[in-house]
Design a protein around this ligand. Structure first.
Ligand code: C2E
Ligand code: MG
Ligand code: MG
Length: 601
């Protein structure tokens, strides 16, 4: 059973808090997946019932014991190192793993491990989710002993239990890759050669798994591995370092000055070779990837530094959208300094009233009418003019300034809704973006409540947009806060769906009314049937959960027709209107501007 007192940092709980804690407890107790809370020293602090069912150990046998007590089979040390490295570099690890169980022997599990990042200081809590790998059976405490075969446990071949090789793809794992990297670096230093390191992350793989099924997903990963290996020379290496992340090591680059060009050629070749559709029966799957690249000696000499660089470059590539590669640059470190300068002036933005809200219409695809708007913040900088949120929101998030900014946005949007109401304009829904930090650090429920009370608007007109990643940063807290906000009548939407790591099945526990499909799927939907198939699957799944689907970033008539044919409910995009000032939007509402409705409606 999960120790809730621990999860709440031992703070005493009020009546409402206690009720939510109870709901959370029910949720965890009924989960088919085992959930373990582990502190940073590796001591298990809490487990749910599914954990005991899956492993055969009792709560008492698990709680307050170090994980090494259970993780002491052959190769366990390497596994823990691999997972530890992944947590350090990426904050999570997902994979299949063989773990010892109470009745003896090992069983194949799927394991997801996430580091919960605190506001300050080092990671203190790690959440591990344990699920049955296909073909394994539950082991109850009092269940008689079975042979591995009779309970369907896969007998493991010797190479599968070796944590240096990935059992799905046959590629090396991170631990072996690190050895090779260290070796390559010392050899390159002797010969004055360059080394290239590439981290490659498949775009939207969680969705591929979700829409096509796990088996097809695995097949696609194996095919990707084969293709990556084909791109490289025999002296080079490729490893699988996460569920959909790979690392490539290019050695023997004898011309250090031409290294950037050489590695760029490989990166482009990788993009090309991944772009070839993967044919699986009647389905054609197109895969794209983001890549982060770093070079030695240019960017560093030591393996840990280079691994960090590659991860930094990869996150820059991801931020730039799909199918991108980025070389690490000390610029990226320079960016941090520039951000500091921005932070200083951003601090005064709220009090100097430099922030403004723009509104982008959301249109019903059947009737063509404006049914909602998304409130999007801009910074009216005294010297630079209107600054995009893409530039300052990340800084605001890093520095905590998003808290006063987010509160200002929420209050201003509610006041605007009230003003439209007073003008007798048609009532619409207004979407307000929330950042992860607002969940963690603010009493969001209280702030939302006070905005509603102060303005007297209908709570149903307020729609809070949250990204998958914001929820995943602290699932327990998010469930609690979102349920309380939803109970007030306020609507909740999943924003930028498809860009995070979560799957719809994980999100069904949350009270979302709307799902917003990320713009990146729409950009190439006209010429990429794979994207249309994924979007269609997302829409079908959202509809089965009774969610309204809004597509973001519609720019062309052709995209509109496709989205109508896929039964998407609403659109938001430049095709109808870019975000506009409150004055222009008010005019739009007053004139009843609309999109040409669907034929026959
Ligand atoms: P988002 O929430 O996904 O907002 C949609 C973004 O897509 C907006 O960019 C909008 O201008 C843009 N967009 C809409 N239709 C199209 C189109 O057809 N083509 C193209 N190319 N772009 C389109 P914007 O306003 O620059 O906002 C960017 C992001 O900044 C937002 O993404 C959101 O994550 C964040 N943001 C904006 N305002 C706030 C805020 O008040 N609070 C927080 N926390 N984040 C905000
Ligand atoms: Mg949004
Ligand atoms: Mg969005």
């Amino acid at each position: 059973m999960i120790d809730l007192a621990h999860m709440k940092n031992n703070r005493p709980m009020g009546g409402e808090g206690r009720q939510n804690a109870r709901l959370l407890k029910i949720l965890l107790e009924n989960s088919a997946e085992g959930v373990l809370l582990v502190d940073r020293r590796g001591v298990i602090r809490g487990v749910n019932d599914a954990c005991t069912l899956l492993t055969g150990y009792t709560t008492r046998e698990l709680k307050n014991h170090h994980i090494r007590r259970f993780w002491k089979h052959e190769g366990a040390g390497d596994q823990l190192t691999t997972i530890g490295d992944a947590l350090w570099f990426r904050g999570y690890w997902i994979g299949r793993i063989n773990l010892p169980v109470k009745r003896g022997g090992t069983v194949a599990f799927t394991l997801k491990v996430m580091a919960v990042l605190p506001d300050h200081g080092p990671v203190r809590t790690i959440v591990a989710q344990l699920g049955r790998a296909e073909g394994t059976a539950l082991i109850a405490n009092n269940e008689p002993m079975h042979d591995a075969d009779t309970v369907g446990v896969r007998p493991l071949s010797s190479d599968q239990s070796d944590s240096t090789w990935d059992s799905l793809t046959g590629l090396p794992t991170m631990s072996l890759f690190q050895d090779r990297l260290r070796q390559a670096l010392s050899q390159a230093a002797r010969r004055q050669h360059a080394v290239g390191l590439i981290f490659l992350d498949l775009d939207n793989f969680a969705i591929i798994n979700d829409s096509l099924g796990r088996e097809r997903g695995d097949e696609a990963l194996r095919e990707v591995s084969r293709r990556l290996a084909r791109c490289l020379r025999t002296s080079d290496s490729v490893a699988r370092i996460g569920s959909d992340e790979f690392a490539l090591l290019l050695i023997d680059i004898d011309d250090v000055t031409a290294a950037v060009r050489n590695v760029s050629v490989v990166a482009r070749k990788l993009h090309e070779i991944l772009d070839e559709p993967i044919v699986m029966g009647s389905t054609e799957l197109r895969i794209s990837a983001a890549m982060g690249i770093t070079l030695s000696p240019q960017d560093g000499h030591e393996a840990p530094q280079l691994l960090k660089n590659a991860a930094t470059a990869l996150s820059h590539a991801r931020r730039r959208g799909r199918n991108n590669y980025q070389f690490f640059s000390h610029e990226m470190t320079e960016t941090a300094k520039r951000r500091f300068a921005m932070e200083t002036s951003l601090r005064h933005a709220v009090e100097r009233e430099e922030l403004v809200l723009y509104y982008q219409p959301q249109v019903d695809l059947d009737t063509g009418l404006v049914v909602g708007a998304e409130a999007l913040v801009r910074w009216n900088h005294p010297e630079r003019g209107l600054v995009s949120p893409l530039e300052f929101i990340p800084v605001a998030e890093e520095t905590g300034l998003i808290l006063p900014i987010g509160e200002w946005v929420l209050r201003t949007a509610c006041r605007q809704l009230a003003a439209w109401g007073r003008m007798g304009l048609p009532m619409i829904r207004v979407g307000v973006n929330l950042s992860a930090l607002q969940f963690q650090r603010q009493d969001l429920v209280k702030i939302v409540g006070s905005c509603l009370q102060e303005t007297g608007i209908d709570p149903e007109c307020l729609d809070l947009e949250i990204t998958e990643s914001a929820i995943m940063e602290d699932v327990q807290k998010a469930v609690e806060v979102l349920n309380r906000i939803s109970a007030m009548g306020v609507k909740l939407s999943i924003d930028d769906f498809g860009t995070g790591y979560s799957s719809l099945s994980q999100l069904r526990h949350f009270p979302f009314k709307t799902l917003k499909i990320d713009r990146s799927f729409i950009r190439s939907i006209e010429d990429n049937p794979g994207d249309a198939a994924i979007v269609s699957a997302i829409i079908a799944m959202a509809h089965s959960l009774h969610q309204t689907v809004i597509v973001e970033g519609l720019e062309t008539d052709a995209q509109l027709e496709i989205m109508r044919s896929l039964h998407c409910n609403e659109m938001q995009g430049f095709l109808f209107s870019a975000p506009t000032s409150a004055e222009v939007f008010t005019e739009m509402l007053r004139c009843g501007t609309s999109l040409s409705p669907k034929e026959g409606v």
